[in-house]
Design a protein around this ligand. Structure first.
Ligand SMILES: Cc1cc2nc3c(=O)[nH]c(=O)nc-3n(C[C@H](O)[C@H](O)[C@H](O)COP(=O)(O)OP(=O)(O)OC[C@H]3O[C@@H](n4cnc5c(N)ncnc54)[C@H](O)[C@@H]3O)c2cc1C
Length: 391
């Protein structure tokens, strides 16, 4: 096709991570002529949706986040039922540690929210935890635990594959290795012209889900947000195959100004390894081009020392380590909104390390926002206009 022929679509989705793929599916399923642009490939190792597993949980300190997680769970289950694909491995989740607040919430408040909402959970004292979970070596006396049965491991690769397949089956055109640049639209009313290596597209509605590349993309709208890219270190440890590992998250004490937040998942491939991550980083950047994608040796040392101290049957050094990016907003809450000054444009950014579990519900909301300017879900907490977001 000649490069100056314009292809007209109802909905263009920029970004083929988990959120963009979900938006492409819900857009196409709603009957919109949909195209998605991904500059690399789906599940690429530069962005945030890479890897094998993510945590699904309804345990939140904020009731609205727990409600949204429950809505998302309903959609995950619908998709599993509809496709026959297994996307969640439901074996429950154990939160334990100090009751203090952290980027991931506060244990005591999580318990309160679950009690208010009638979500089932079990509470364990420090003495009970090692009896309930034989992997623990030592639990500090001021810790307690909460286990919640809807907690699940999200099977990342299956999920990306399923959303891409569903989007295509509903007629969406998914273009990989296709970096998109939106031409300035002074009227702010659209339609929007998009330059790509595969030609020029004109879209009535736009969904922006560009992850760590949000500011480069938003600069095309003359806007910048206060976002910081956190390069996270993830490691894989071989473990004793005779011990039964839960999916866990530890809310540890603060050391050297960093709250010691570690979490882990048993791998589901029979390899007797667990994936462990620190929910803090020394590596923060303004632009993804600055990221080194090199696991941080200091974090790996802290992680190995933590693992040896806390758990039985763990090899002292990791078998492998990788990096993955968070796009952090100043208040660690996502931005999910229409773009001020531009009609029919919706954006998801500042995912702050928590959006995978919301893949189906955020995809649906983005399509609602791009096509109607509003959502049937309460997303007031995610406003782009809240304090400190727009630079
Ligand atoms: C180590 C780690 C652990 C995590 N754990 C959890 C967890 O347990 N539970 C949970 O719910 N969440 C978790 N998250 C967060 C979750 O993975 C992310 O919130 C989610 O993957 C974000 O998806 P996304 O589609 O918004 O972004 P991304 O996956 O980053 O996708 C954005 C895509 O846009 C593309 N793009 C950007 N600009 C352009 C352009 N101009 N043209 C075309 N394409 C473009 C990029 O190449 C990229 O592929 C974790 C994240 C990390 C890094």
């Amino acid at each position: 096709m000649s490069s100056d022929v314009i292809q007209h679509v109802d909905l263009a989705v920029l970004g083929g991570g988990t959120i963009g793929l979900s938006a492409a599916y819900y857009g196409a399923a709603a009957g919109l002529k949909t195209v998605l642009f991904e500059q690399y490939d789906f599940g690429n190792d530069k962005a945030s949706s890479d890897g094998d597993s993510r945590m699904f949980r309804v345990m939140y300190s904020e009731e609205d986040m727990a409600q949204l997680a429950e809505a998302s769970l309903g959609q995950w289950q619908e998709i599993e039922h509809y496709t026959g694909d297994r996307l969640l491995d439901r074996k429950g989740l154990l939160f334990y540690g100090l009751p203090a607040s952290s980027v991931e919430g506060n244990l005591e408040e999580c318990a309160q929210v679950m009690s208010q909402m009638g979500i089932p959970y079990t509470r364990y004292s420090a003495e009970q935890l090692p009896r309930a979970y034989d992997v623990f070596k030592d639990i500090p006396k001021d810790y307690f635990g909460l286990s919640q049965p809807s907690g699940a491991t999200i099977l990342v690769k299956h999920s990306l594959h399923t959303f891409a397949r569903l989007a295509r089956e509903h007629g969406a055109h998914l273009l990989t290795h296709c970096k998109a640049t939106i031409r300035p639209c002074k009227s702010g009313k659209g339609p929007y012209l998009i330059d790509t290596p595969k030609g020029i597209f004109e879209a009535k509605h736009l969904v922006l889900a560009p992850g760590a590349w949000s500011n480069p993309v938003l600069s095309q709208f003359g806007m910048q947000l206060n976002l910081t890219i956190w390069q996270m270190t993830v490691a894989y440890y071989k473990v004793d195959p005779h011990l039964k590992w839960p999916m866990w998250y530890e809310f540890g004490p603060t050391k050297n100004n960093q709250q010691q937040l570690f979490y882990g998942f048993p791998l589901l491939d029979g390899s007797h390894k667990i994936k462990v991550s620190a929910d803090f980083t020394n590596n923060q950047y303004q632009d993804p081009s600055q990221c080194t994608y090199q696991p941080d040796p200091r974090i790996l040392d802290q992680m190995s020392s933590f693992m040896m101290h806390r758990f039985k049957g763990v090899e002292p050094t990791p078998h492998d380590a990788i990096c993955c990016l968070y796009t952090m907003s100043p208040d660690a809450q996502v931005v999910l909104d229409t773009l001020p000054g531009f009609e029919n444009v919706a954006v998801l950014t500042g995912e702050s390390g928590r959006a995978f579990k919301y893949t189906p519900v955020f995809g649906r909301i983005l399509v609602q926002l791009a096509t109607t300017g509003k959502s049937t879900y309460d997303i007031s907490e995610f406003s782009i206009k809240r304090k400190g977001i727009i630079r």
